[in-house]
Design a protein around this ligand. Sequence first.
Ligand code: CAA
Length: 378
Amino acid sequence: MDFSLSPEQKEMYDLAIKFAKNEMIPFAAEYDEEGTFCEKQIKKAWELGFVNTCIPEKFGGNGFTLLDAVTIGEALSYGCMGMYTSIMCNDLALTPIVVGGSDEQKEKFLRPFTESPKLASFCLTEPGNGSDAAGIKTTIKDGGDHWILNGQKMWITNGGYADLFTVYCTTDPELKHKGICALVVDAKSEGVSIGNKEDKMGQRTSDTRAIQFENVKVPKENMLGSPGDGWKIAMKTLDHSRPLVSSIALGGSQRALDLASQYAKERIQFNVPIAKHQAIQFMLAEMQMKIEAARLLIQKAAWQADQGIQNTIAASSAKAFAADTCMQITTDAVQIYGGYGYSKEYPVEKLMRDAKLIQIYEGTSQIQRLVISREVLK
Ligand code: CAA
């Protein structure tokens, strides 16, 4: 076994962490306060090759492995978890095309993303169906030479800026997961309407919206696979994207530990830096242990995917563990900062707010446990 990053991965990590420190951290608080979308950072990240890591080389991509992608993801999330959510969103939205599309569809839909910094959104969740993804109500009907799409999606990342949506819909809600289809939809199609940006607790730079589809005509050739294939495409996509989302939690956790340990060395109480007190030392040690464990789980989940091994248990374990760890670590970082930590003048309260979302999106921490236990009991 070799736990070290390759020289190329190390180089990518160094480039990404430099980008995080110079181009993300200086803007993070202001974007959070104003809810400003991180368009500038996405464009620069795209120029550095950090966007669309899932696109195969054959279709113009960089040929990154998932292990490369989570390494970059950790570094960029160190800069800002919300910004990286928007940066990695194309991976979530385009992976269904990589997983379920024909070569012709891949060429047509993926190539444009390698030529300019376009955005895409993954449209699964609905107002009435989040955890119960197979219960979605968005429908398609056969309209002859096209499909007719009707329904509403909710909590769609980058929804207001996307050029393309991968939309999950059903031929018949009664069929549950067996009726689900995956469609590639041009965001400018007639009948698509985009809701207002959600006013979120954390990750406020990322753009989150509801999207309505009203009698939208979608070309027949935009379906990935056949009717009913959508569910497996969605599940495989989530197996691929959950390690990436876990890397958001990892980067945020590492940032919280670095800030908390630095502060602990500076803050004097009882005539010594608080880092001299065992109560603080134990909190820092706990953070370090969990970060290391999360990193190993994420790397294993990514490595398995790269080897073509089904990574469902590792991906869900990484997601639940990294997300819960990030919540704990960012909360403890606020605790170590004390009253200052609770103030918006210091960066740790934002980390705590940003962390909360990772326990919710891409399958809650409870859903990950459900996925793991089902696999264990199989
Ligand atoms: N790979 C391949 N097949 C899979 C699979 C996987 N990982 N997981 C399940 N399946 C298959 C099962 O084997 C089963 O197949 P058969 O019909 O052949 O038996 C079929 O799919 C149905 O599976 P389940 O019975 O497990 O389905 P379920 O309805 O009970 O629910 C669930 C499963 C795992 C809870 C699923 O609903 C789920 O993942 N929910 C969470 C949804 C989610 O993560 N949403 C996040 C949206 S993305 C997001 O947040 C976006 C953002 O912008 C950041």
